[in-house]
Design a protein around this ligand. Sequence first.
Ligand code: SF4
Length: 177
Amino acid sequence: MTQIRLYGCVQDSIVDGPGLRYAIFVQGCTHGCPGCHNPESQPASGGQVHDLEEVLADVRANPLVSGVTLSGGEPFEQAHACAQLAAALDGEGYDIWTYTGYLLEDLLASEDADVRTLLEHTHVLVDGPFVEAKKSLDLKWCGSSNQRLIDMPKTLAQGSVILWQPETVHIERPSRW
Ligand code: SF4
């Protein structure tokens, strides 16, 4: 049975992507970004080990959750477990966002099949390290302006980076009002 080492989970997040989401913070990250928002998540030996099935059951427990965010820590440093999580949840219709300190181009160059699987089951990849000099509180879903919100299905289909655009909702007044 596959296991994953987690820093923690938030069962009802509204700050880790759009909508009501289940946020999974993996334990372990070697990027060492100065000003890291979550330094306790960096040591690979910290956190707690969980069975994937236990995590999946917790996600499924709340029918109002529509998205799952993998963050950390560094999800691609536990690519095998994160790929399995993303594949299972993508298959069940969840919107999958993955945060990484790596650049997409470097991940695409990896020969690790789990890295590829995780990319293929991620809908939005927020990539790049946190850069303190580029920090901005105006940014909605990332910490610094060098980080990109990448539409992964479009990017993989077209072979070049396509940034994610939030869906726009048009509200029209009914004609008889
Ligand atoms: S990638 Fe994220 S978790 Fe890792 S050091 Fe940078 S800010 Fe911290």
